[in-house]
Ligand binder design. Structure first.
Ligand code: NAP
Length: 168
């Protein structure tokens, strides 16, 4: 754990899937166990075409930070919890299945060059997903992230996934 803490000290992360089951727990765990992390950019689909930044920020508040998953941090930091989130987590509106992650051109360079570690937890966990959507999310999205990451600083890319084995 000491090595992990050291590795992440002063690092900037870029994470997808924060509104999901795994991503939410992972985000809480990072904020709890890696307090010396510099910043986390959290990519969230805005689910609304107008004012995408505001829409993504509202989704983060409703779907992530008001979750009981964050109770431990809320209790520990008390009134400083909102400030901690505001300081450490920056919400970015986008879509990992799009080239350049659907980011506005003005954000790409600044954001890409700041990131040390990308964590992709975006997924569709339905076993009945349409094939074209599944390919877009599971094959093309990691590639989008990889191409994006490779343009900047050679950062690390972590892919969350599940190996599913079905009995014959
Ligand atoms: N759940 C587990 O116990 C578990 C355990 C081990 C591994 N895993 C693996 O971890 C990954 C995540 O699983 P999960 O259970 O957290 O899934 P989930 O609850 O369905 O969450 C999926 C997440 O992906 C986001 N997403 C989907 N398409 C996206 C896109 N095009 N651009 C950006 N974000 C997108 C969703 O955002 P929206 O809110 O916008 O839909 C949501 O945040 C999967 O690969 C799964 O196999 C899960």
């Amino acid at each position: 754990m000491v090595e992990t803490t050291q590795f992440f000290t002063d690092k900037t992360l870029f994470m997808t899937g924060g509104t999901g089951f795994l991503g939410k727990v992972l985000l809480e765990r990072i904020l709890w166990q890696l307090p010396h992390i510099r910043r986390i950019f959290l990519l969230i689909r805005p689910h609304c075409a107008q004012d995408v930044e505001v829409a993504a920020a509202m989704r983060a508040e409703r779907a992530i930070f008001s979750s009981p998953v964050f109770n431990r941090l809320r209790t520990h930091h008390g009134r400083r919890f909102e400030g901690l989130v505001h300081e450490k987590v920056k919400i970015v509106a986008g879509d990992v299945s799009c080239p350049d992650l659907g980011l506005p051109p003005g954000q790409i360079q600044a954001l890409g060059s700041a990131v040390d570690v990308f964590i992709n937890a975006a997924a569709s966990v339905s076993f009945h997903e349409r094939l074209d959507r599944a390919v877009k999310l599971y094959n093309l999205s990691p590639l989008n992230l990889l191409y994006f990451a490779k343009r900047f600083n050679h950062p690390t890319l972590l892919q969350a996934t599940t190996a599913y084995v079905r009995e014959p």
